[in-house]
Design a protein around this ligand. Structure first.
Ligand code: ADP
Ligand code: MG
Length: 321
């Protein structure tokens, strides 16, 4: 394949149209041996990377637009979970053939999300091979402001953004051959970047929900040395779960992945901020439980009964993924 022509095309089609008027900080972008980026004075660099392989992380017939969107979204979601402002991205592409139409759709998907978050593509690598997309997101944060998984303390409120369980439900319906109107829940997750940026200074811990609520909450609790009580009746429900039996619905909400909402813990003195953020961001925020001493997760049903979740979230490789 003509790698250089493809790189030129990527460069041309991802040139950031500045909507914010902010300096992109790119002193040298695509086209040299490496990019040179200017960090705002006094900021730290935040870096995250994620790879999506065809047939594993997305179906082989997924459109290039959707692959690019998803790959950027999952990385921006990691930036959000740290409280960082995403600025730049590096893209490693392994492509079976050099198809300009494929690249055109890919860069359109990438730009649709990158431009709304002011993210510039500053470099990458292009090779010939099985379809695989690896993206590195770079962001900035003021020193010491990062939201980690380890800061939750007993008494903190558990708060989740948006709704959960929708993406997993969509995937299951699609896999069983049923038509789904809400496919955007799976294909176009909205990384909660704006929310991530208001949380530092208030939230004690934060994570994005990629593998399912129980699984990702478990990471926070283990890192923090705490347990938690989850009130199942308060879990925010995607509309696509309407009409399902409670137990089925809870299974999606507790164990379904791919929603990319933020889960954070909030010390009670900051509880009033929840209403402020809701209004400021136009985003639903739900208090779904509380951090406690000890270990593990207790799921409490609406009538006060204890619910035993069978399935504890999608874990890579353990189920053949
Ligand atoms: P080198 O051989 O020095 O690594 P390459 O030919 O791989 O250089 O890349 C040339 C330029 O194009 C570099 O600036 C690199 O960052 C950029 N680039 C290559 N592939 C991509 C890609 N998929 N997306 C964005 N930039 C890319
Ligand atoms: Mg290279």
């Amino acid at each position: 394949m003509n790698e250089f022509r493809l790189i030129e095309q990527i460069q041309r089609e991802t040139r950031l149209v500045s909507t914010t008027g902010l300096d992109s900080g790119v002193r040298l972008g695509i086209g040299d041996d490496a990019a040179v980026l200017e960090l705002p004075a006094g900021y730290h660099l935040v870096a995250a990377t994620d790879t999506l392989n065809s047939g594993v992380h997305f179906p082989t017939d997924t459109s290039p637009y959707d692959i690019a969107y998803k790959c950027l979204a999952v990385n921006l979601s990691d930036m959000a979970a740290m409280g960082a402002r995403p600025r730049w991205a590096l893209l490693s592409l392994s492509l079976p053939d050099a198809d300009p139409e494929w690249v055109k759709s890919f860069t359109a998907g990438f730009q649709s999300l990158a431009s709304s978050h002011g993210v510039s593509l500053v470099g990458g690598d292009t090779t010939s091979g099985p379809l695989s997309v690896s993206l590195t997101a770079l962001g900035v944060i003021e020193p010491g402001r990062q939201l980690t998984r380890s800061g939750a303390r007993p008494g903190d409120l558990l708060v989740v953004s948006g709704t959960i369980g929708g993406a997993a439900r969509v995937l299951e319906l699609l896999q069983s051959g049923q038509p789904v109107e809400e496919q955007h829940l799976l294909d176009r997750p909205q990384p909660r970047v704006e929310l991530g940026q208001v949380l530092p200074g208030y939230a004690s811990a934060c994570i994005d929900i990629s593998d399912g609520l129980l699984s990702d909450l478990g990471h926070v609790l283990r890192a923090s040395g705490c347990s938690a009580k989850l009130e199942l009746g308060t879990l925010p429900q995607a509309g696509i779960l309407d009409g399902l039996e409670d137990k089925t619905k809870w299974a999606y909400q507790l164990s379904g992945g791919d929603d990319y909402e933020l889960l954070f813990t909030l010390p009670p003195p900051h509880e009033a901020m929840i209403a402020t953020w809701r209004q400021q961001l136009g985003l639903s925020l739900s208090v779904i439980g509380e951090v406690e001493t000890g270990e593990g997760i207790r799921c409490i049903g609406p009538g006060g009964e204890v619910h035993d979740p069978q399935n504890t979230g999608f874990e890579h490789f353990s189920q053949g993924a």
